[in-house]
Each structure stands twice: as structure tokens, then as C-alpha cells.
Design a protein around this ligand. Sequence first.
Ligand code: APR
Ligand code: PHB
Length: 397
Amino acid sequence: MSQTHKTQVAIIGGGPAGMLLSILLHREGIDSVVIERATRAHVLERIRAGILEWSAVELLRRAGVSERMDKQGHAHDGTRVAWKGERHFMIDSYKYSKRKLMAYGQTYITEDLYAEMDKIGGQVWHEAEDVVLHELTDKASYVTFTQNGETLRVDCDYIAGCDGFHGVSRRSIPESVQKTFEKVYPFGWLGVMSETPPLEDLWYVQHERGFALASQRSPMLSRYYVQCSMDDKVENWSDDRFWDELTQRFPPDIAKQIVTGPSIEKSIAPLRSFVSEPMRYGNLFLAGDAAHIVPPTGAKGLNLAASDVYYLWRALVTHYKENSDSLMDRYSEVALARVWKTERFSWWLTGLLHVFPDQSPFETRAAEAELDSIAESEAGLAWLGEQYGGFPIEDWG
Ligand code: APR
Ligand code: PHB
């Protein structure tokens, strides 16, 4: 037996992009449903980055899901960069663009979004299998999937593909109209969570042993990373080995301030840059990781998902409220312009701060000199501060 439902926007994927879009649409009286492959518990326990640009902070506020973030998040002006084992400067986004950043884990954001969906009675189907998108270029698009052996069908005006890099939405666009761009990096990040007080600031460290990063989740929860080799295994990294490696990469006076302790989570993530163009095909609009991936250097993944959602939300509101497709028709172009600027930044910062397996001594010195020259240039510091703070989104729709 199959059940049929009807909605205005069918959202594939209940990660941060899909859930935020659904809540924002609800605030404007636009109906949507979310179709998610994983269990709710699985979605809620994923650990990811935790730095929000100010435009993402404002968007969460507009969606009405900012109460805990505003209480517990750590608003800060920027991040410190260290190199040559001693020099350091501040990427001061607030000074150069009047935009702060907020340290607040994506895990908490996902929890807040799910709590809000419960409150507003939003429809989320979990454990949806065999999701298929139909008639994307026709007037009557629909989505089918199975749940607990039952087949469901959702008729809709539009489909938002928010199902991440491995989702079905991007793969539903014919290869003849799709162009992809990819760069895979020859190293990974080993991440550790520990119930220890973090450093006062975030730190990115360029070092001949490899990149390192100190981040934060709360006054008693720290997140650290070290660059590791692609084929490394978490089992090779005892806590002692991790802290030893991390502190060797930091300037000694900062390393002394790092409070070590038992890890509560350890994982290795690969690094990739990826863009799929266009972000619209007929009635399907891609948003977030479904359309693009950035390496985590710069913490732009969630922020890009938020800006896509903002553009798509405004486009859908303009369609339904003003009977105009002017923003829908420009969605792909406008979202991709911001995506590419952010892709460029994340790729560049990754190249600058990591050690590549085939890196020559010349390239190492050149990277150090690049940091020297940024640190000594007001223009260099301003440009870096602006880019790190994120490109504005508010002037659309
Ligand atoms: N059908 C339905 N849901 C699917 C399918 C599918 N075929 N494939 C994947 N999904 C779900 C995943 O289980 C996941 O919950 O889509 C969701 C996509 O969520 P995310 O991967 O978190 O992507 P997004 O919402 O775009 O958020 C981007 O997450 O990966 C980080 O760095 C990234 O911080 C950024 C943010
Ligand atoms: C994190 O807090 O997990 C984090 C911070 C900055 C990054 C990446 C990840 O660039």
C-alpha cells in the first residue's frame, strides 16, 4: 500500500541545511516536509565544526532557534595564526569587517533545530530508504521513498536537495547538465574532544610537523586537531601521543597553556574541495553539502550551508508571497558566486597552513614568508580578516 502526501516544498535531508530551511519556511507560512535517511539519534550525535559567521548567527536568530546559542556560544573577534614556532598574529574579522564570529558546536545547532521542529509540529520522516526524485522538469514533481516497508509519495511544487555530499539529490541531475570541480588533499585531520578548558582564543598553527588547531565548545569542552596522514588510524593515537604532537606544533609559550586530559572522542576526517554546478535543475534546488564541500580550514562548511538556505528561503518566499520567480531564477548564480569565493578561501588557507607530502624546502620557506608578509601588511591583515569573517548575504531578497 502506498500513502500520498502533499506539500509545497519537499526537503531531502534533515541535517542543518534541511532543518533550518523547513523552520524558516514555516515562519512564512510555507509548508514543507523533511525526508531523512538516518535515524534521529544518528543525525543528533554527529560531531562537526563549530564556528559561525555572523550572518549565520543572524539567520538562526531570524529562524527563532538562537536562545541557547546566545546564552552559551562564545562570540569572538577572530582567530590567531602561529608559524615558525614563535610568530603569531590575529585574523581580526571584527576590526576589519565589523563582523564577529560565534563558537557554538554544530551538534548543538542540530539539537536546537530538532527541538524547534518538535515545537512547531514539523513533519520529519526518518529512516527513509530508496528516496527517488521524480519529474524534476515537469509541473508535477514528486518524491517517493520507503519507511518500515511502506511506500510513501510526496507531491510538491519544489524539492530542496539538502542531503549532503553522499545524497541522492545531486545525482538526480543529468550528467549532461552538471559540471563538477574537485580537489582531494593528501592528508587528513585527527580531531580530539576533551573535557578540559580551552585556550582563550582559537589558534591555527602552521608547523613543519604539520598543521594544528585549537578550538572550543564550552568553558569545559575543547576541540583540537592535528594534520595526519591519509592512511593513519585512530588506534595509532593514544591520548599521550596526541597531546605530545599537538603541543610540539604550538609555539612553546602557547603550548604551556594547553590543558590536557582524557579524550572523550577521536576521529579522522579527510579533506576535500568540491563544487557541483548548477545548483538548480528544474524544480530541484541544491543547498549545503549536497552541492559543495570545503576543507575544514576556515570552518566554512556550515556557514555556506546557511547562506544557501538564506538565498533559497528568500527565493521561495518571493515566489509564494509576491508571485515572482526573479530570485528563484537567480538562485544558482547568486549562491555559486558566494560558494566559489568561499571555496577559494578555504583552499588557499588549507594550502598555506598544511605540509604536503611532496613539499620542497623552497615551498616551506615561501609559505612562512607569505605569513610574514600578511602579518606585516595592514592590507593583508584586512583582506584576511574580511574573508575569514565571511561574505555578506543580507543584501539579497
Ligand atoms: N535521502 C535522505 N536523506 C539523506 C540521503 C538520502 N538519499 N542521503 C543523505 N541524507 C541525509 C544525511 O543522513 C544527513 O542527515 O542528509 C543529511 C545531510 O546533512 P549534512 O551532511 O549535515 O549536510 P548539510 O545539512 O548540508 O550541512 C552542512 O554539515 O557536513 C557538514 O561541514 C558541513 O557543516 C556543514 C554542514
Ligand atoms: C571546530 O571547532 O571544530 C573547528 C574550528 C575551526 C575550523 C575547523 C573546525 O577551521
